[in-house]
Design a protein around this ligand. Structure first.
Ligand SMILES: Cc1ncc(COP(=O)(O)O)c(C=O)c1O
Length: 384
């Protein structure tokens, strides 16, 4: 479908969604309608099937053997809150990087008021973490390490396998924020040393907003963030122990999860490798175009192998919010400016407090979109 704009904000939420996602949401609302795991009638059973299939599809996509370990949430923010608040207790120490999103730093800030100790390990100017610095930050009471798989400011992919190994050797739980990688970068949880993985359902996973996931490896014990009805389980007041029910109290977001399940099926068919290849061609085109423009500074690793399809930049002497506004108003190009809910990351790369303009090409962008964007930025930079 022809649109009167170019959407380059897929790191915030992907748009458009595959047709199959729209159809699945419509079907869940229009035809299915029942409450999953509750009543025994046909509509409730059909809703249950939708949730089951979505869980299975996502597990296949991420290499998860036991689908009961995959929890549906309202988004990565809830997933990260559940993982962080569910494991840490007073007196515990947690190590994070300086590239983390507010969904990690804010829950930790509130826990720091309850005697949880937080160490932020500084990354280099490109936003890359040195695994040795994690080792140096570990203390006797370190219970958790949290690392973003790829920064939502620089797109730099972090050395999660190395950090996971460090954590595993010391019996420390390792939580990965995969918001910017799930669906666009191959992840196989069977083979990588990650204990918990959180992601939004509405970014690279191509599902609807209001969906998210948390994978919890066997042996990791969490307290639930919310307690309540699960439809199944014991008939007393205790929250069930069995997963996924333990962490999925309340009527589930069946339409959203239906869409997310269809999105996962779409990605399984396309393959994540092919999605990455396609997006990285657009990213390279964008990077090459922007670095050739006088006055433009780009941030993050210059090695495309260490990046996801996301590029933050500034034009010398221009406020990023003004650049983003002009791209929208004059050129119909949709970007995101500011601090991207990650002020520490901007401090790390030297763009705090004004931030940067972020462009994030996605599955449905075409090379022509990137040509037009480069030309628009060239014009804005020339008119300074
Ligand atoms: C790296 C990262 N972590 C966490 C989040 C929060 O995700 P959600 O808005 O789905 O809760 C985002 C979203 O922008 C993100 O980019």
């Amino acid at each position: 479908m022809d649109r009167p704009f170019i959407y380059l904000d897929n790191a915030a939420t992907s748009f458009p969604k595959p047709e199959a996602v729209l159809k699945a949401v419509d079907h869940a609302l229009r035809v299915v309608g029942g409450s999953p795991g509750r009543s025994g009638h046909r509509l409730a059973i059909n809703a249950d099937k939708i949730i089951f299939e979505a869980r299975e599809n996502i597990c296949r996509l991420l290499g998860i053997a036991d689908s009961s370990r995959l929890i549906f949430t309202s988004g990565a923010t809830e997933s990260l809150n559940l993982a962080i608040k569910g494991i840490l207790e007073s007196g515990d120490h947690v190590v994070i990087s300086s590239m983390e999103h507010s969904s990690v730093t804010r829950p930790l800030h509130s826990l720091s008021q309850k005697a949880v100790e937080v160490t932020k390990v500084k990354c280099d100017k490109k936003g890359l973490l040195a695994p040795d610095d994690i080792t140096k930050a570990i203390k006797k009471n370190t219970r958790l390490i949290v690392l973003t798989h790829a920064s939502n400011v620089t797109g730099t992919i972090q050395p999660v396998c190395e950090v996971g190994k460090i954590a595993r050797e010391r019996g420390i739980t390792f939580l990965v924020d995969a918001c910017q990688t799930a669906g666009v970068f191959p992840i196989d949880l069977e083979s990588i040393p990650v204990d918990m993985l959180a992601a939004s359902g509405h970014k690279g996973l191509l599902g609807p907003q209001g969906t998210g996931i948390l994978y919890i490896r066997p042996g990791i014990n969490l307290s639930p963030l919310k307690e309540g009805g699960t439809g199944r389980g014991p008939s007393d007041d205790k929250q069930p122990e069995a997963l996924p029910d333990r962490f999925e109290a309340g009527t589930m977001n069946t339409p959203g999860i239906a869409g997310l399940g269809a999105a996962a099926a779409f990605l399984l068919e396309q393959t994540v490798e092919a999605v990455r290849q396609k997006e990285m061609l657009l990213y390279k085109q964008l990077l090459e175009g922007l670095i050739a423009i006088e006055g433009v500074t780009t941030y993050g690793s210059s090695d495309p192998g260490k990046k996801v399809s996301l590029l933050s930049f500034n034009i010398e002497g221009l406020d990023p919010s003004l650049v983003s506004f002009r791209l929208d108003e004059e050129f119909d190009i949709l970007s995101r400016s500011g601090l991207h809910c990650a002020p520490d990351a901007h401090k790390t790369v030297g763009t705090f407090p004004e931030g940067a303009v972020r462009l994030s090409p996605g599955f449905y962008n075409i090379p022509g979109d990137i040509d037009k964007t480069i030309a628009a930025i060239h014009r804005i930079a020339k008119e300074r």
